[in-house]
Design a protein around this ligand. Structure first.
Ligand code: 26Y
Length: 823
């Protein structure tokens, strides 16, 4: 029966095998004996893609016929991770594909290794967007993810002499089998020029924009399939190109080189992803990128709506636009411009539509991460948009004045323009004014939003504020990353329904004390640790002992995330061990992973310090039975998938009030990793879910932090008052970890003693005490394993399916549209 199955859609072993060989031959132009690893990968990827396309096109047709309400997720970043295995899982062909590979003399694991992941994001925010795309499809909600097809994504990190060195990310080098270019789907985007009055054919005086530079945005589509359903959504990324007419125009006036230059400039727009954690001010190209993708996306929505409805009057009923932070907030102004200037709608109607289409998610309270743009730059690039923004502001501020009589200070605070220090456009205010709903990403964060940066807005429009706690997809972070654990869970529960209904993991609870399950649970963890060790051995030369406790901190390197708190504890432990060689201690390997923004000096120095401390500790035979330090280079989605299953302890130790949510915390806990953490972001809710006894809590609360700062924080007093703390800091300053160089790490030690903006010293003692408790607990394997099982069993809330269901209900008012795969 296999032989009769169509080669492009069949899911049987025979059909898949035929398809792989076909693709190798006809797409890659190779025969098996000479195929490279990357040829083999592509042949398999095209085989999977063909099968997605059938479902995908069926979905597109179905949504079109029904004119379904659609979520448009606007995000400057997406970090989907490798597609191959995830798509195989969604199609339900993982096992068959493995067999086919073997029959062809290949190894699926090896084939997977050659896949380049699209690193089109920095970290949490981009990965969240990818998790949400996965859940939208799985929950059968019509959605388009709009973004930028960066030619160079986040840099690859290599470590040279303990320093981070950035390498360009050339993810498109071998082609990208997952995307479908849509050259016909191209929109023009203008920049610069001026605005002018003109009289239309009805004699009405109108305003229009005459840009002096045009760029084209070309769509590249990637199918995003749901798990175990026919629905497939669309990730539509824009690539910038010069319009063809460009060369022509220039040729006519004889400026050939000018034309070539302009072409290059147009193509620069989607060249490279900007890192976060760097001063956001004044990066002209970033503003251009934001406008570019927002404009293309809105033009695309308008095209679809005109095609389906013939008018834009009900645009907001058709689309729910979600702004992933302020990066796409220009959508508000651009939608106004398109409706008013190009589709001749009245201001009032256009504003009604705009304000009912947009929704805004905030991801940070850190003042340095709030986007503002100098008015002069804004005006030069987007002169007409500035006029529209001023008009939005004028009407908005009148509303504020009427609501809060006699409060011009408040008016100034809320204005879309910050007049305090050179005039700047406040993007968060724009996003708030133009949105129906505003949400934070964890309970604490959402409530701090209302009392800090969005306080005035909350006073004005309390009903617009919501919380949607983040979630992550169990498909990628459990089933794809950790198949043995997924199998063990399904085996124990007697079903695999937990993969789409994570609350059902609770069924594991009943077995938490079961010796049989505990034994198998430990075996799974130990095997994952072994695999990680092998990988680290191959890539760093140091292979940690899987018998030790794996204590992992993996996330972007940032002072607020406090990797240096972790380091101070390690240094303290080292000293303690040297002084008490017989101390009873659980052997531990501290594993770090994470990238530093290329321009963030302190973060790069912290990476150097991790390596410096590792170098000394790892080669000191006196402590080696107990203490080791490893660094996983190039932490990205793919490498994260090796890390989460292998961790015993996850470090979520940011200063309370600084981490909006965190999502690594959830990925670790899903894989049976216990957390040591502060009451920050989603840690609070995670602890409430898994149970306070199964979470290692330490540190000040956000409130205590505020209080302490208000009183005047004096870290030097802590340094002088705590001998253990002082000697840990001093040991770093002494040059022990830098071959006697007392200058190298001075910026870190001096900063800690004299300013310590993230209160590392204030939380040190509590952290160290809690770590001692971890140490003791790990020595009781049954108790530890019980806690590990309970973490997984109770993690259901943090599925992105729950988060998306909340958005659908509270924010978007959208219903699922299940697609059937007819036979
Ligand atoms: C303005 C530009 C330079 C910029 C670009 C990217 C600024 C920030 C970002 C990225 C921010 C980010 O990743 N934020 C994280 O979002 C996660 C998802 O909500 C949260 O879990 C995490 O706490 C937050 O830091």
């Amino acid at each position: 029966q296999d032989a009769n199955e169509p080669t492009r859609t069949g899911l049987s072993r025979g059909a898949l095998k035929r398809a792989v060989l076909d693709n190798l031959f006809y797409v890659m132009g190779r025969f098996p004996e000479v195929a490279s690893a990357s040829d083999r990968y592509s042949a398999v990827a095209y085989t999977v893609r063909d099968r997605l396309l059938e479902r995908w096109i069926r979905t597109a047709r179905y949504y079109k016929e029904r004119n379904s309400r659609t979520v448009c997720y606007l995000s400057a970043e997406y970090l989907p991770g490798p597609h191959l295995l995830n798509n195989m899982l969604n199609l339900g062909i993982t096992r068959t594909a493995g067999e086919v590979a073997r029959e062809l003399g290949a190894d699926l694991a090896e084939i997977r290794e050659t896949e380049e992941e699209p690193g089109l994001g920095n970290g949490g925010l981009g990965r969240l967007a990818a998790c949400y795309m996965d859940s939208l499809a799985t929950l059968q909600i019509p959605a388009i993810g709009y973004g930028i097809r960066y030619e160079f994504g986040i840099f690859d990190q290599v470590i040279v002499d303990g320093w981070q060195v950035e390498k360009g990310d050339t993810w498109l080098r071998n082609g990208n089998p997952w995307e479908i270019p849509r050259p016909k789907l191209t929109f023009p985007v203008g920049f610069g020029g001026r605005a002018e009055h003109y009289t239309d054919k009805h004699g009405v005086i109108r305003r229009r924009w005459l840009p002096d530079l045009m760029v084209n945005g070309v769509a590249y589509d990637t199918p995003i399939m749901g798990y175990g359903v026919t629905n497939g959504n669309l990730l539509r990324l824009w690539k910038s190109e010069a319009p063809e007419s460009f060369n022509f125009q220039a040729f006519n006036v004889g400026d050939y080189y000018g034309a070539v230059h302009a072409k290059i400039e147009a193509e620069t727009l989607s060249k490279v992803l900007y890192p976060n954690d760097e001063p956001v001010a004044g990066k002209e190209l970033r503003l251009k990128q934001q406008y570019f993708f927002v404009s293309c996306s809105l033009q695309d929505m308008i095209r679809l709506q005109l095609r389906n409805a013939g008018t834009l009057d009900r645009f907001h009923e058709k689309y729910a636009i979600q702004l992933n932070d302020t990066h796409p907030a220009l959508a508000i102004v651009e939608l106004m411009r398109l409706l008013v200037d190009e589709h001749f709608m009245s201001w009032e109607q256009a504003w009604e539509i705009t304000r009912n289409s947009c929704h805004f998610t905030n991801h940070t309270l850190l003042p340095e991460a709030l986007e503002t743009w100098p008015v002069a730059l804004f005006e030069r690039l987007l002169p007409r948009h500035l006029e529209i923004l001023y008009e939005i502001n004028r009407r908005f501020l009148d509303e504020v004045r009427v609501h809060f009589l006699n409060d011009e200070e408040r008016v100034a605070r809320m204005s879309l323009i910050d007049e305090s220090d050179g005039r700047k456009v406040r993007m968060a205010h724009l996003a708030a004014v133009g949105s129906r709903a505003i949400n934070g990403v964890a309970e604490l964060h959402s409530s701090l939003l209302k009392t800090t940066i969005m306080r005035d807005f909350h006073d004005l429009w309390p009903e617009r504020f919501h919380n949607v706690t983040n979630g992550v997809t169990p498909r990628r972070f459990m089933v794809v990353s950790n198949p043995p654990l997924a199998d063990l869970i399904s085996d124990t529960c007697g079903h695999a329904d937990w993969i789409r209904d994570m609350r059902r993991l609770r069924e594991l609870e009943a077995h938490a004390d079961d010796a049989g399950l505990q034994g198998r649970w430990r075996e799974v963890k130990t095997a994952a640790k072994g695999a990680l060790s092998d990988w680290l051995g191959q890539h760093t030369g140091f292979r940690p002992d899987p018998e030790t406790l794996f204590d992992v901190q993996a996330k972007r390197i940032h002072e607020y995330k406090r990797q240096h708190l972790n380091l101070l504890h390690i240094v303290w432990l080292y000293e303690h061990l040297k002084q008490n060689p017989n101390a009873e201690l659980t052997p531990r390997t501290f594993i770090f992973g994470g990238k530093a923004a290329p321009g963030y000096f302190m973060a790069k120095l912290i990476i150097r310090l991790i390596h410096a401390i590792g170098e000394v500790i790892n080669s000191d035979p006196q402590v080696n039975g107990f203490l080791r330090v490893a660094f996983m280079p190039d932490f990205n989605v793919k490498n994260g998938q090796r890390l989460y299953p292998a961790a015993d302890l996850s470090e979520q130790i940011s200063l309370a009030g600084k981490e909006a949510s965190g999502t690594g915390n959830m990925k670790f806990a899903m894989n049976g990793t216990l957390t040591i953490g502060t009451l920050d972001g989603a840690n609070i809710e995670l602890r409430d879910e898994v149970g306070h006894d199964n979470f290692y809590l330490f540190g000040m609360t956000a409130e205590e932090v505020q209080q302490r700062q208000a009183e005047g924080y004096r870290p030097w007093e802590l340094y002088h008052g705590d001998a253990q703390l002082r000697s840990a800091v001093d040991l770093i300053a002494s040059g022990l970890f830098s071959h006697g160089d007392t200058e190298l790490f001075r910026p870190i030690t001096e900063n800690l003693i004299h300013s310590d903006p993230f209160m590392v010293l204030a939380d040190f003692h509590a952290y160290q005490e809690r770590q001692q408790e971890v140490d003791r607990a790990y020595r009781d394997p049954n108790h530890w394993t019980r806690m590990s099982i309970l973490n997984t069993a109770r993690i259901g809330k943090f599925s992105s399916d729950r988060a998306i269901a909340e958005y659908a209900k509270k924010i978007w008012q959208i219903e699922p549209a299940p697609v059937e795969l007819a036979d």
